[in-house]
Structure formats: structure tokens, C-alpha cells
Design a protein around this ligand. Structure first.
Ligand SMILES: [Zn+2]
Length: 338
């Protein structure tokens, strides 16, 4: 039987709303896995991936193939999915309080009585995931290659996961202080030295518009194959091999917009751009050629993410590139994880 582990939280009006969660448990004492998507609400791809994966898990459970348990939360954020502005979903931040949905999980979990409804939701989500041995958090970027965020404690083991998901890049990080969901879940493992018996990662499933049957089926298949290879499911499915470029977080180059204006990219996602080579322009005042600024690559690397809209504000992130030496703009911490 599939176990319904859904829970209620209170919306902005104090009315209960449900966060759907399901657990596929086997008979044995295998690994406990927690999979979730949509913490930021406007990152849709993972929702469909987990929806499809749940059909596979149901079949695997019926055949007695699941050794431990797999808990799936395919749409983790009940607040953000209702936030629309001029017809477009606006996730990431809670409109009513301004809080980034994926920050402060650590503080919410530590509170005996969380005060806001977002804190209450965060605490319940952490409680659901805390007993897991494996936690995968599915996100998307603006426009992006598929890539993995993984703490060094889970590398190089994380390469198998990235390869199974046909991810081009794995970004390896050391320290975060934002209280993201992933940081909050892995903090006790890092503290007690049990990281080698655990696994956690943030999966960036391309860009916000990359929702399709083809990609979702490929990603669900990749996740299923990895779960088999990791020993969670007893099924003869072999994960694909795939070239994964591992990049230190501090080597990533984030290019910010020096001025607002019309954004014109000259390079595509995945392109390797040489140091100093141009990759985009920003035209501040159409009609005035002198108002155009050309953007160049800081160091040679691959174009991993791009700003989604084609009119950009000053200071917004235009693009992120891989790199092979420390970025001169690197100041520690996380890379504005999406
Ligand atoms: Zn996100």
C-alpha cells in the first residue's frame, strides 16, 4: 500500500491547505529516500518528473522491489503556487512576507513554535525529510543546462547521480549559511560524521520553461535507474553514463548586468566561450548605438545558465559560466542557488 503522508499547513488567510506527500515502503530495512520538487513554487519541471516517477514506484512496490522506502513530495510549496502577477506565476519569495521560500529552514526547524505560516510549513517539511538517508531536492534555473549542486561530502559519489540524470555540470560547494532545505537536512550528517552513509543533492532540471513529456520521462527514468543502482530498488535498470564536468563553486563565473536594457545573447547554453570573448550585449536606449554594452567572458568556460527575460535590470544575473580557476568575484558562500 502506498502510504499517504500528506500534511496540512495554514495559508495566508489561516485556512488549511494540503501538501501532498506519498510514501512507497517495502518490507525490508533498506534506505529511506526523500524526493521533493517545487520548494520555490515556480520551478515546475520536477513536479512532472516526480508525478511520472510515482507510477514507476507504485509498480515497483507492487512487485516487492522497494527495499526501504521512498517518500515523494511532488509539489512541496502550497503558498507560491497561488502567487500570480499579471498572469505569470511568481515563486521564489513569499509575497505576503517577502521571505525566500528556500531560506531559513534551519531556524524554522529549530523553533518549538514557528510563528509565521511559512515557518510552520518549513518545519513540517524538514520533519518529514529528516529521517531520510537520501534527499534529493528538484529545482530549475531561469534558462539552464541540467546541473547538480552537491556538497563536497557527497562527491565523487554524486557523479553517478549526475550521469544518470544526463547532467552536464556538477557544482561542488563547501559552506552555506542560508538555511536552504538541503543545508538544513545535511547539517546533522556533517556534524556527526555520517555523511558517507548519506546522500543529498539539489538537482537543477534546466530552465523554468523546460517542461515536456520527453524531458520529464527522461528525468524520471534517470532517477529510477539511479535509485536501482544505489540499492533502493531491486530492479535491473542500468543508469546511463554521461560526461559530467565537475566545477568548484568558487570557479563559477556569474556575470551581472552593468546596466539595464534589452538583452541580446550571442551564445547558446552549453557553448564554450573563451576568456575575453563576447557572449551578450545590453542595449540601454534603443535608437542610441552608444548606449550598448558588450559583455565578455571572465575566463574560458561553458555557458550554464542565462537570464530568462530579454529585458534586464541593472545588477541582475545575466549568465553563469563554468571556470577552471577561482573567480575574482568569488567571496564564499553559495552561488545564489535556485
Ligand atoms: Zn529553486
Amino acid at each position: 500500500m502506498v502510504q499517504d503522508v500528506s500534511f496540512d499547513v495554514l495559508d495566508n488567510n489561516g485556512n488549511p491547505v494540503q501538501v501532498g506527500a506519498w510514501r512507497f515502503a517495502g518490507e525490508g530495512q533498506g534506505l529511506k529516500v526523500h524526493l521533493q520538487a517545487g520548494v520555490h513554487a515556480d520551478e515546475i519541471a520536477g513536479m512532472l518528473v516526480l508525478h511520472l516517477l510515482m507510477q514507476r514506484l507504485k509498480a515497483a512496490q507492487a512487485q516487492g522491489r522497494i527495499k526501504g522506502s521512498v517518500t515523494v513530495v511532488p509539489q512541496a510549496n502550497p503558498f507560491g503556487i497561488g502567487q500570480f502577477c499579471q498572469g505569470r506565476i511568481v515563486g521564489r519569495y513569499h509575497d505576503a512576507s517577502g521571505q525566500n521560500f528556500n531560506r531559513g529552514f534551519d531556524q524554522s526547524a529549530a523553533r518549538e513554535r514557528p510563528s509565521t505560516n511559512v515557518q510552520q510549513w518549513q518545519k513540517k517539511l524538514v520533519q518529514l525529510a529528516a529521517p531520510a538517508d537520501v534527499m534529493l531536492d528538484l529545482h530549475t534555473d531561469d534558462e539552464a543546462l541540467p546541473y547538480l549542486y552537491v556538497n563536497r561530502a557527497f562527491w565523487p559519489r554524486g557523479r553517478d547521480l549526475a550521469a544518470a540524470m544526463k547532467m552536464d555540470v556538477a557544482i561542488i560547494w563547501d559552506d552555506g549559511e542560508d538555511g536552504s532545505f538541503e543545508e538544513t537536512i545535511i547539517a546533522p550528517w556533517l556534524r556527526d560524521g555520517s555523511a558517507d552513509r548519506h546522500m543529498a543533492a539539489t538537482l537543477e532540471l534546466r530552465g523554468q520553461g523546460d517542461v515536456s513529456d520527453r524531458l520529464a520521462e527522461q528525468d524520471a527514468e534517470g532517477l529510477y535507474a539511479w535509485l536501482c543502482a544505489y540499492g533502493v530498488i531491486d530492479d535491473a535498470v542500468t543508469p546511463s553514463d554521461w560526461p559530467v564536468e565537475a566545477v568548484e563553486m568558487g570557479h563559477m563565473e556569474t556575470i551581472l548586468a552593468p546596466q539595464p536594457g534589452v538583452l541580446i545573447f550571442e551564445k547558446e547554453l552549453g557553448d564554450v566561450v573563451e576568456q575575453g570573448q563576447r557572449f551578450a550585449r545590453i542595449l540601454q536606449r534603443p535608437g542610441d548605438p552608444a548606449s550598448e554594452v558588450v559583455l565578455h567572458a571572465e575566463q574560458t568556460g561553458r555557458l550554464v545558465t542565462r537570464y530568462r527575460d530579454r529585458l534586464i535590470g541593472q545588477g541582475m544575473g545575466v549568465a553563469k559560466f563554468t571556470g577552471t580557476r577561482q573567480s575574482r568575484n568569488w567571496s564564499g558562500g553559495l552561488l545564489d542557488p535556485n
